[in-house]
Design a protein around this ligand. Structure first.
Ligand code: CTP
Length: 406
């Protein structure tokens, strides 16, 4: 799988804080996405996690001192500064924040940062009173003004027993910020609507018709579009997923609620991507009380739901880019091609739901892109995050760049 993290040189700076254990997990996630990671630890960080842990996971020597030599006898932290695509300091203590704000370079990490020209993300993590102190807040303001990207700490119960802001965000959240820094900003100024998840069509107050869609594909697309600078609204049916960073969320339940949310926003949008698995039918009537099992058989009369995508295709203007999804059990090319034409789409992303490892609920998908001009592009099996970025790459290359609307 290729992502915007693949083959990137990331430097992870680790300072002495309880949250240093989370940077081990962050390192693991970075490696999983194909990044080459080098770790610089402060003296105090070594009191919390041993350099060997980072060395084993990164597969590279860890820098712990100012006067270590690289393989070619040049000073390691200067070499790394020049080669880095992005730097993340997690956890960042009050001490490193103060040093960077004052331009002090008295150890490997602070000296390295002064020599870096790539984006630097600073993740403060400390006791709430330290974090809220005038000095730390003043220093963070200076760092923001100097162009550093500050990832605010989360609120919660802290290791010191206090409750409030100071907790290092989860590694996945730090990854999102890193991906945001690395992804091309080719969707700036574009309004993107993504739909995701299943819809639920109530039968009575405790039952409904639905399907096993997890929403993962749509959430991945919304997250990727936000990383690329798009203004993204995610209209989602019920899911168990956390909100993607930087995305406006609209939660709906039924197909009709989803239809209204989409139709209300068509005019302002540039790109509409419909991954939602919309229930095609709803019960003709929703019972106001729980239906009792009095008979051996019962008939449920169903009524067709609006085809949201088809209606958007009918209403769309020339510069709208419309993408649909088709999960099929047979004849993928024929079925996807038919939907592409009938719904007036630029791209339809088709997959065969014949493999338990891909599709509904899985983190992976094996899809084929079918384009309006009749061509198709099968992709290898890969994570949904990677599918999301490749889809956005194609939208940009084929439709935005081609029409010079960027
Ligand atoms: N779709 C929609 N509204 C519906 C049904 C589907 O917007 N009522 C959208 C889906 O979000 C998806 C695309 O249409 O992007 C294809 O959905 P799919 O369920 O595969 O196709 P249908 O048109 O419902 O056709 P069928 O169920 O007969 O295969």
């Amino acid at each position: 799988m290729k992502t915007h993290m693949t083959a990137k040189n990331i430097v992870l700076g680790v300072c002495g804080g309880i949250a240093a254990y989370k940077s081990v997990e962050l390192l693991r996630l970075l490696k999983k996405q194909g990044a080459s990671v080098r770790v610089i630890m402060t003296q105090n960080a070594r009191a919390f996690v041993g350099p060997l842990t980072f060395e084993a996971l990164s597969g590279q020597a860890v820098c712990t001192g100012l006067f270590e030599k690289g393989e070619d006898a040049s000073i390691r932290h200067i070499d790394w500064a020049q080669a880095s695509d992005a730097v993340v300091i997690a956890p960042a203590t009050a001490n490193i924040i103060g040093k960077l704000a004052g331009g002090i370079a008295d150890d490997a990490l602070s000296t390295f940062i002064l020599a870096v020209i790539s984006p630097v993300i600073i993740c403060p993590s400390m006791n709430i009173h330290m974090y809220e102190s005038k000095a730390v807040q003043r220093n963070l303001e200076i760092l923001r003004a100097d162009g550093y990207s500050i990832l605010n700490p989360e609120s919660g119960e802290l290791a010191c027993g206090t409750t409030g802001p100071g907790r290092l965000p989860e590694p996945e959240v730090i990854m999102d910020r890193l991906l945001y820094c690395l992804a091309p900003k080719d969707l700036i100024g574009k309004q993107v609507i993504v739909t995701a998840g299943p819809t639920q069509e109530p039968i009575d107050p405790v039952r409904f018709i639905s399907n096993p869609s997890s929403g993962k594909m749509g959430y991945a697309i919304a997250r990727a579009a936000a990383q690329r600078g798009g203004t993204v609204t995610l209209i989602t049916g019920p899911t168990n997923l956390p909100d993607p960073t930087g995305v406006t969320m609209m939660r709906v339940r039924t197909a009709r609620e989803m239809a209204k949310a989409v139709f209300d926003q068509i005019d302002e949008s540039h790109i509409i991507i419909k991954t939602a698995a919309v229930s095609d039918f709803r019960p003709h009537k929703e019972a106001s009380q729980k239906i009792k099992k009095e008979e051996d058989e019962m008939t449920l009369l169903l009524k067709k739901n609006p085809d949201i995508l088809k209606e958007v295709g009918r209403r769309k203007k020339n510069d709208h880019i419309l993408v649909g999804f088709a999960a099929e059990t047979e004849d993928l090319g024929k079925n996807a091609g038919k939907k592409l034409a009938e719904k007036n789409l630029e791209i339809i992303v088709g997959n065969l739901v014949d493999h338990p490892q891909y599709g509904f609920g899985s983190d992976f998908n094996k899809v084929t892109f079918f384009y309006k001009d009749g061509t198709k592009e099968p992709l290898a099996p890969m994570e949904k995050d990677a599918v999301a970025h490749i889809l956005l790459d194609r939208i940009v290359e084929r439709y935005l760049e081609a029409s010079n609307t960027l």
